[in-house]
Design a protein around this ligand. Structure first.
Ligand SMILES: Nc1nc2c(ncn2[C@@H]2O[C@H](COP(=O)(O)OP(=O)(O)OP(=O)(O)O)[C@@H](O)[C@H]2O)c(=O)[nH]1
Ligand SMILES: [Mg+2]
Length: 464
């Protein structure tokens, strides 16, 4: 068996197990077609091993001459397949029993159950995609909005990898310059000129890596979304605002204060940004055990929030309860003051609000006639992206691992640049540059340990 077990033929159920239109059992490996020959009886008598690649065949999966299910079988021969190996996909009826039954038959005929992400891992090990692209597969699967999807597809196509490879290639040529200058170090003029070139090159690379790192937070926002908590006193219209933003009647709304007792989460796309909206129980000093727990949950949601929408009621005066909440939020970042019920008569004292939050955006809304909701969306967008709209062409890191590697790589470059000032010999500078090259290489998979590989793919689901 090879080091990565590439000799085995693997199989998994690639669709969610449950009742549905179609379920897919996928096989990959050198025996995929042979196994398909044994278990599949095509309507026209053709055996999967004898058909052309990218062809689809109607027939039955059989076990001891007994029909198990009516299926469509697709053959994709190596090397033009997801894994670059022979791949067979069996489209069957999606139900727990037919899917498990077919999986069992394939296993009995010589395949092994795939580990999580093993199909994608093989696509990497067989050289179809690099590691950053494999990680982008997860981003595609988990994309929360159109924009997140477009950014993930960009990475999957290799745009991010290319950016990293460009920097890495430039570093490689700097490294060979350094090696050359070590060889010529007895010629002082050559040495000086080369050193200058190397330093200039390193400074350019430093800038580029810094730029990639600074776009990471935009990438994270597109991937994970912004945790946005709607909080305030009871009855100010928090749940109504949540419903207005998600354009659905999700949270219960009544005129009874204390309607919401538990937090409710929904994902909504605001100009392409996934917002994980959290409606909370109105914060109030209470002794009732259920309400008390609700308020505790409201506070812990606020602690975990990226963005807070503090809702106040336009139609009533600021009371002691509002004031206590405002005091609590005073030192928090990213708060938008939402003054709701603006369709009613004004009673709120804005001076009090302004005094408590002199620098924050204030937005007026009515969750009933929906006026001001678009304005609120605009302000949210501005705050998150500091005025810049997120771009679908965003090329950014996929995860903390890639970011950590970039930071290590930048640390190496900084150390190399510092060494010039300290008059450290070129070969020592070379050590930093080599380390930086390795760290960048770990992003795309040039230099990656088996342990890291396992960790990356363990996040995948079985069948992907
Ligand atoms: N006129 C008017 N009424 C509103 C508006 N927003 C909410 N309401 C009403 O205010 C009442 C309370 O609304 P909710 O959305 O349940 O308020 P909440 O802040 O979630 O209340 P709790 O869950 O009890 O903390 C309901 O009767 C809503 O119909 C608004 O913009 N204008
Ligand atoms: Mg509510």
């Amino acid at each position: 068996m090879s080091r990565f077990g590439l000799d085995d033929t693997i199989v998994a159920i690639s669709t969610p197990v449950g009742e549905g239109g179609i379920g897919i059992v996928r096989l990959s490996g050198s025996d995929a077609l042979k196994i398909a020959d044994r278990i599949f009886m095509s309507r026209n008598g053709k055996r999967p091993s004898g058909v052309k690649t990218y062809t689809v065949h109607y027939g039955h999966i059989r076990e001891d001459k007994r029909i198990v299910d009516e299926v469509i079988l697709t053959v994709m021969r190596a090397p033009k397949s997801y894994t670059k190996e022979d791949v067979v996909e069996i489209n069957c009826h999606s139900g727990i029993v037919p899917l498990r039954k077919i999986l069992g038959i394939v296993l009995e005929n010589g395949a092994r159950l795939a580990e999580p992400g093993e199909f994608t891992k093989r696509a990497f090990l067989n050289g179809r995609i690099d590691i950053a692209q494999a990680e982008a597969v997860l981003d595609v699967i988990r994309a929360k909005t159109d924009l997140s999807l477009r950014a993930a597809i960009n990475s999957l196509k290799g745009t991010f990898s290319k950016k990293i490879e460009d920097v890495r290639n430039r570093l490689l040529s700097i490294f060979s310059n350094i090696e050359a200058s070590i060889d010529f170090s007895y010629e002082e003029d050559v040495d000086k000129a080369k050193k200058k070139d190397v330093l200039k090159g390193l400074k350019g690379i430093k800038k580029d890596i810094e730029k990639i790192i600074s776009s990471a937070s935009d990438g994270r926002v597109l991937r994970q979304g912004i945790k946005t908590v709607i909080c305030g006193s009871p009855n100010v219209g928090k749940s109504s605002l949540m419903n207005a933003l998600i354009k659905e009647s999700r949270a219960i709304v009544t005129d009874i204060p204390g309607t919401t007792r538990d937090t409710i989460e929904e994902i909504v796309s605001i100009k392409g940004i996934p917002l994980v909206l959290v409606d909370t129980a109105g914060i109030i000093d209470t002794r009732h055990p259920v309400d008390k727990e609700g308020v505790r949950r409201s506070h812990s949601s606020i602690e975990a929030a990226d963005l807070i929408l503090l809702v106040l009621d336009y139609s009533r005066r600021i009371n002691k309860n509002d004031q206590a909440i405002m005091r609590n939020l005073k030192n928090k970042e990213n708060i938008i003051i939402v003054i709701n019920k603006k369709d009613l008569k004004k009673r709120i004292d804005l001076k009090v609000v302004r005094k408590a939050f002199p620098k924050n955006s204030v937005v007026y809304t009515s969750a009933i006639d929906l006026s001001g909701i678009e304005g609120l969306e605009r302000v949210i967008c501005d705050i998150i992206f500091k005025g810049k709209a997120p771009s679908a062409d965003l090329v950014s890191v996929s995860n903390e691992r890639q970011l950590a590697m970039l930071r290590h790589s930048l640390g190496d470059i900084n150390a190399a640049i510092d060494s010039f000032n300290g008059k450290i010999p070129m070969d020592c500078i070379g050590v930093y540059v080599r380390s930086s090259i390795e760290n960048l290489g770990a992003i795309t998979g040039h230099s990656i340990t088996e342990e890291t590989l396992d960790r990356i793919f363990s996040e995948f689901c079985i069948g992907k």
